[in-house]
Design a protein around this ligand. Structure first.
Ligand code: SF4
Length: 462
């Protein structure tokens, strides 16, 4: 994640939309700013003025893609926007969203998508066999082609198209007059609705509502299509076979701590994860001096762990907030340098101390190893690694750029062996049951921990 350290964990995207608001493009720009942690490789905004759809997009951060004059040219009271981390499809401009289509039978249409369609390859082949021409390689184009191939009013076309899709998707569709917000039937990727004056906002995360002064109303439900039009707000479902399975990594890692998902504040969930993680150490009369959280995403869990275990929560690691996007540097040497630039040990705090290092995930293990080494070099006498999540053992096919099994440290190494590999004195993870409890038992995907995927996987190999 861009604002965090590179663990080899990247979300694909964030989406934000505005309906019936003056200055829709500017509001969307600010909303996307709050979602920039979900993707830094590309950004775009499409607006609708009742007659047509305008769009501006490009590669890079929002501040690199948009200048004030670009926003001024995006006319209209309705808008959708997107920030992209490009896994499926690669980083070329054709894959930057929103994607706009102008066809005689549909009018102008813009689509922005977060997630990953598991049966994308099969659908793409079928569409190409029928004559569809794709100009990029992202999953998001598939929905546009599916819409073109359906008969009837747009709402019915959307329902029919969504029934063909398997996997994780949160779509925003903008027409000349209306905005549709759609969530997959498993609710894998988050999507929330907010009220703003006479209009509405939709967002991958509620933290973006706070920036633009909108009030969170609710999560869009699995399988739901919310239509925003001159008639107001309408809710439809494209299927009644729905089940809530929100990505657990949204709580653990991706979402901002000030977001609310399924009624749960993300900081609160992480803090509870830390508290539950401490229970076993409490039972075994574990001895240490201080608790140190890895900034930023593990600070909430470290606070919960420290409260429960009764040890001071210290700032033993300092993040340099002004380092650029080192995580997209392609070589290992560049990534190594990136971690050193991003994180320093606070030597007077950790020297001579037995440290409990609280982190939120181990993917390949390379980052954890470097952080343990940083603390030892700074004089920590012991480093006990505590992970406020279960071990990641399986790849994700729902929009998180997770390594193959062979690259996942916990897929082949038990915690005691992994502790030695990482240079830690001990290592413990959370159980899946405790994670579900911390998340309020609201319905969670835990496939990367358990291997129990919530959809068919088609040709994907675990
Ligand atoms: S497999 Fe893991 S990362 Fe992927 S959606 Fe499920 S919980 Fe999230």
């Amino acid at each position: 994640m861009g604002e965090y350290l590179d663990r080899g964990l990247h979300e694909e995207c964030g989406v934000f939309g505005v309906y019936r608001q003056p200055d829709a493009a500017h509001l969307t720009y600010f909303g996307l700013h709050a979602l920039q942690h979900r993707g830094q490789e590309g950004a775009g905004i499409a607006t609708a003025d009742g007659k047509t759809v305008h769009c501006h997009k490009g590669k890079g951060l929002l501040t690199e893609v948009f200048h004030s004059s670009d926003l001024d040219e995006l006319k209209g009271k309705n808008a959708i926007g997107h920030v992209r981390y490009g896994t499926a499809g690669g980083g070329e401009l054709a894959n930057v969203q929103p994607i706009v289509a102008r066809r005689a039978n549909c009018g102008a249409l813009a689509v922005a998508h977060n997630g990953q369609i598991v049966n994308a390859a099969e659908l793409r082949q079928e569409l190409e066999d029928k004559g569809s021409i794709f100009w990029g390689t992202s999953d998001s184009e598939i929905i546009l082609h599916l819409l073109q191939g359906q008969q009837g009013p747009l709402l019915e076309k959307i329902k029919k198209a969504c029934r063909r899709l398997d996997g994780a998707f949160a779509f925003l569709i903008l027409t000349e007059k209306n905005l549709y917000a759609i969530r997959d039937k498993s609710g894998l990727r988050p999507l929330s609705l907010a009220k703003q004056g006479d209009g509405w906002c939709v967002s991958s995360e509620s933290c973006a509502f706070d920036i633009v002064g909108a009030q969170l109303v609710r999560d869009i439900q699995p399988g739901e299509i919310v239509k925003l039009s001159a008639d107001g707000i309408e809710s439809y479902f494209y299927t009644d076979e729905t089940e809530k399975n929100l990505c657990a990594m949204e709580y653990i890692y991706f979402s901002r701590p000030d977001s609310v998902l399924e009624g749960q504040n993300v900081h609160g969930v992480r803090r509870e994860c830390g508290r539950l993680l401490a229970q076993e150490d409490l039972e075994h009369l574990f001895k240490a001096d201080i608790v140190v959280g890895v900034p930023d995403s593990s600070l909430s869990a470290a606070a919960g762990y420290s409260e429960a275990i009764g040890l001071p929560n210290e700032m033993g690691l300092i993040k340099n907030r002004y380092v650029g996007r080192t995580f997209i540097q392609p070589t290992q040497a560049q990534r190594d340098l990136g971690v050193k630039l991003k994180l320093s040990a606070n030597v007077p705090v950790v020297r001579g101390k037995r440290v409990v290092l609280v982190d939120d995930s181990i993917v390949r293990g390379t980052t954890s190893k470097r952080i343990v080494a940083l603390l030892r070099q700074a004089g920590a006498t012991e480093v006990h690694l505590r992970i406020a999540a279960p071990p990641i053992k399986y790849p994700c096919f729902y929009g998180v750029d997770m390594s193959t099994r062979a690259e996942l440290a916990s897929a082949s190494l038990e915690p005691d062996i992994l502790a030695k590999v990482l240079g830690a004195d001990s290592l413990r993870f959370m159980s899946i049951e405790d994670l579900k409890q911390a998340c309020g038992n609201t319905g969670l995907c835990t496939a990367c921990f358990s291997g129990e995927y919530v959809t068919p996987l088609y040709g994907h190999k675990v």
